[in-house]
Design a protein around this ligand. Structure first.
Ligand code: NDP
Ligand code: NDP
Length: 313
């Protein structure tokens, strides 16, 4: 396929694997890139030395383009940016912060910058900040989530209207049908997270991968809205937060309950009871752990097949 997104990144299919904490290390990123999509290393859960190791391993594992996802609220952000520049990473997806802060510096070093937003206001900010493309992520998505709860169905056409930048749709997309719908709404490409979290190359714990394939519709909900809204599996930890909120717990109490490294405990160490399990609504459509290349191929084949069928209506 040849469009603004495949051209921008130099890839075959306009499918980006989301940078997901604890799930997307060099193995997943390189597998997706080798299969013709764009793989992203999720830097949010990595200490600087770990990020450097993953970038180096990714460079060794693929000669195709790949990138790094950088949550801007990461504590050692300056060190991460330095590592990215030193290692010659060509593509950076920033998220969870103001695109004005780092875009110019990254672009000075010849890096293509994409920023993730959940509303039209931030999409316009991205344009002003000079980013190369936008990911618009709807409320269906797993993990950190927009406060306004705008769904992908509404968000994509609104962002399309608000900006002329190349647009990547995210949130609730795991299939070729989903991709086709997103493209019809105005996207130039899609970002897929949950489906790749349950891939063979994902660094998530096997318990978490199995959980993703087991859960059905209605089994993830938004949590911790007073802190940072995050979509989680409704496990024991989720229920503890819900019970505390029902009793009127404030920010301090919730922070204490959350403690430290809950996400690592759940997604990387496989504690399905006490851990934080960040995943999207679309898990209800994910039934099997597969190699990343097979997932990409299935999405692309279904996209083309359904598109052809619809042309005959
Ligand atoms: P390797 O596959 O070579 O493994 C390195 C170490 O990480 C091993 O001790 C291994 O433990 C452990 N490890 C790897 N995957 C998991 C997992 N899913 N759950 C628990 N432990 C795991 O490492 P990589 O080359 O893939 O990664 C290099 C470094 O990056 C490691 O330190 C790894 O922990 C870290 N990493 C960090 C991620 C993050 O998001 N912060 C994501 C992926 C890796 P064992 O041999 O006992 O299985
Ligand atoms: P916590 O404060 O609960 O824990 C910090 C975790 O991050 C620990 O597991 C720690 O690993 C690891 N870590 C990696 N680098 C550092 C560092 N420089 N300083 C401290 N800890 C580090 O954070 P969360 O688990 O809630 O979030 C971790 C990060 O991921 C944050 O930056 C957050 O913004 C980001 N995030 C991004 C999301 C996204 O959508 N992109 C979604 C959710 C979180 P260890 O236990 O090995 O010390």
């Amino acid at each position: 396929m040849n469009n603004r997104i495949t051209q921008l990144f130099g890839i075959e299919y306009p499918v980006i694997q989301a940078g997901m904490i604890w799930c997307s290390g060099w193995r997943l990123a390189s597998a997706v890139s080798n299969a013709g999509g764009l793989g992203l290393i999720g830097a949010g859960s990595m200490y600087p030395a770990v990020l450097r190791e993953h970038i180096q391993k990714c460079k060794a594992a693929t000669d195709k383009p790949f990138g790094v996802n950088l949550p801007l609220l990461y504590p050692d952000i300056e060190t991460h940016v330095q590592t990215i520049i030193e290692e010659g990473v060509k593509i950076v997806f920033t998220s969870a912060g103001n695109p004005a802060t780092w875009t110019a510096k990254l672009k000075e070093h010849g890096i293509t910058v994409v920023h993730v937003v959940a509303n039209t206001r931030f999409a316009r900010k991205c344009e002003d900040a000079g980013v190369d493309a936008i990911v618009a992520e709807g409320f269906e998505a797993g993990g950190h989530n927009g406060r306004e709860e705008t769904t992908t169905m509404c968000l994509i056409p609104m962002v399309r209207e608000a900006t002329r930048l190349p647009l990547i749709a995210a949130g609730g997309i795991a299939t070729g049908r989903g991709m086709l719908a997103a493209m019809a709404l105005g996207a130039d490409g899609v970002q897929v997270g949950s489906r790749f979290a349950a891939s063979e190359e994902s660094s998530a714990h096997d318990n978490f991968k199995k959980k993703i394939t087991d859960i059905g519709e209605g089994e993830t909900l938004l949590s911790l809205k007073q802190l940072t809204p995050v979509r989680l599996v409704k496990n024991e930890f989720f229920q503890q937060v819900a019970a505390a909120e029902a009793k009127g717990a404030g920010k301090e109490e919730l922070l204490q309950l959350l403690g430290r490294a809950r996400a690592k405990k759940g997604m990387f160490e496989g504690d399905l009871v006490e851990g934080e399990l960040e995943i999207g609504q679309v898990s209800g459509l994910i039934h099997e752990v597969k190699p990343a290349a097979d997932i990409l191929r299935e999405i692309w084949d279904e996209y083309q097949q359904v598109r052809k069928e619809m042309c005959n209506w």
